[in-house]
Design a protein. Structure first.
Length: 258
């Protein structure tokens, strides 16, 4: 009986000695917390610890060796990751994604109250991508981010769009062909198939959104009259046209004059 007790104690002592030797060469960093910040000490190597703390660490390592291994957890999409390899990101909707009062998929989304929320993109809003779900307010939804998500996309037309036409943002998360009214829009791709009319979903290839500023028809004329009032009117019109163009070019954008 005494032999087995001595043997057990010898084995434990050997394991403890091994753990103690291992901690001598450990290179991880940790912090020893005292009762107040003034007495807090940092150690970069386990061997820098005073021997009582090193002995305590050795005992901890010894106990860990007899614990069952932890089960591997599931790796979920968008969980604790800064990358989305497929370009699909989950957001929370600030408002319901609807068209004519009904829930609708494939509407264009913009960043909402913060960079974790989305809302329906208007014609002038910089879009982030296509919402492939039809969320209500507070519900999570997946977005195919423009310039990141591979493959073609589906969108909802605000009016008829011809196959091969460039597509731009429109009100309410919809898409339209090249706009003819003054305003700010975003080019998001090109239609692969035609959209018959408003509310029709169609397939398009996507690009990183490019701003388009459409300005009204220029008011200046090439043939200014030779009267003083005519020259003044031409100057005022030219000044207004230059101001409109300068405003459109205040940020990088495509410019179209009606």
């Amino acid at each position: 009986m005494h032999f087995f007790i001595v043997l057990l104690l010898s084995v434990l002592a050997a394991l403890l000695a091994t753990a103690f030797v291992v901690t001598w060469a450990k290179g991880f960093s940790f912090r020893e917390t005292r009762h107040n910040a003034a007495n807090r000490r940092s150690y970069t190597l386990a061997r820098d610890l005073p021997w009582p703390q090193r002995l305590r660490l050795s005992c901890s390592l010894l106990v860990v060796q007899f614990l069952p291994p932890r089960e591997q957890g599931l790796v979920l999409a968008n969980f604790n990751s800064a990358e989305h390899l497929n370009g699909k990101i989950t957001y929370t909707a600030d408002a319901a994604f609807t068209y004519t009062g009904l829930s609708q998929r494939f509407l264009i989304a913009k960043i909402g109250t913060d960079d974790y929320h989305i809302n329906l993109a208007g014609a002038a809003d910089e879009p982030i991508g296509v919402c492939t779900d039809a969320p209500v307010a507070g519900e999570q939804a997946s977005v195919d981010v423009f310039g990141a998500a591979p493959g073609t996309k589906r969108g909802i037309a605000s009016a008829a769009i011809a196959a091969g036409a460039d597509v731009y943002t429109a009100a309410g998360g919809l898409l339209q062909s090249e706009p003819g009214a003054a305003g700010t829009y975003w080019l998001v791709g090109r239609a692969l198939h035609a959209a018959v009319g408003a509310g029709d979903d169609f397939e398009f290839t996507s690009v990183k959104p490019i701003k388009l500023v459409v300005i009204a028809a220029l008011t200046s004329s090439q043939n200014a009259t030779d009267t003083l009032l005519g020259l003044q009117a031409s100057y005022n019109a030219l000044q207004a046209d230059v101001a409109a163009i300068a405003g459109a070019l205040a940020s990088p954008a495509l410019v179209k004059v009606i």
